[in-house]
Design a protein around this ligand. Sequence first.
Ligand code: NAP
Length: 268
Amino acid sequence: MARKRLTSWNDKRVVITGASSGIGRLLALRGASEGARVALVARREDRLREVAEMANAAGGETMIVPCDVGDGDAVQQCAATILDRWGGVDVLVNNAGYGGHFRFLEWDVTDIERMVRVNFLGTVYWTKALLSGMVDRRSGWIVMMASVAGKIGVPRESVYSATKFAMVGLSEALSIEVEDSGVHVLTVCPGAIDTEFFSELDRERMPEVALRSMIQPERVVDAVFNGLAKGKREITVPAMIACAYGVKAVAPAVLRSGVRRSTRARRD
Ligand SMILES: NC(=O)c1ccc[n+]([C@@H]2O[C@H](COP(=O)([O-])OP(=O)(O)OC[C@H]3O[C@@H](n4cnc5c(N)ncnc54)[C@H](OP(=O)(O)O)[C@@H]3O)[C@@H](O)[C@H]2O)c1
């Protein structure tokens, strides 16, 4: 089947989770500036209002949807509100998520469960709520904001890595399941991006090389828009990092020692 390309955002009905800051905020502003109707999903309503004001001032149309994506019932209610208003959704961007830069032994099980609920199940809840409508209309796009940490296990981010591996697995398999129904799934694997994702403490502890190689979120947004326009199924940003996936496949020991070296914290 020919790849489904998203070449015009004009009048598309778009849901973006995690739209109150960072990558999601910029995706929302870009989508709105290209004529999309955008539902802004996150917990901080004040921040969503700021994004909505900026998007509306640029001629966009937005809907504010305060929601904790880790709460399955809340997601169902929010999705129903959006569907009532719009009648359907063309693009779902599963972007909400947070990091946790600790060793596995430092985590409480409750905190692990919470991260799995938000980073992974949040994606499941939103996709469950909106995918069947896309399949019925034989048209839709789903963007999964995973991570390089969903392709390569990252020490001191073991739980986060696990949630993103789960997301990549879901995304890869789903992409094949739904492509004949006219729904395109794009997996996005960003490297280190300069957003509120990293606290001041994270930045202090971060290895020098990671801090230096951090890129601006605008590059991820450009890559998502280009990727969808070209019908790509997976992108890594910056693209160079994807070479490491090849090294992992053919020389896992080499990659492992590289990861070990490059993720050594500056201070614990
Ligand atoms: N920055 C990076 O280096 C990097 C690298 C790879 C992948 N990513 C992924 O990219 C995505 C966006 O991250 P970012 O860098 O843009 O970080 P960010 O600026 O911290 O944005 C995270 C967004 O997720 C939302 N969110 C967090 N928990 C939520 C919850 N329980 N319910 C609803 N929304 C929630 C936040 O909104 P509220 O707090 O208002 O709810 C915020 O809008 C995440 O999935 C992250 O894992 C980031």
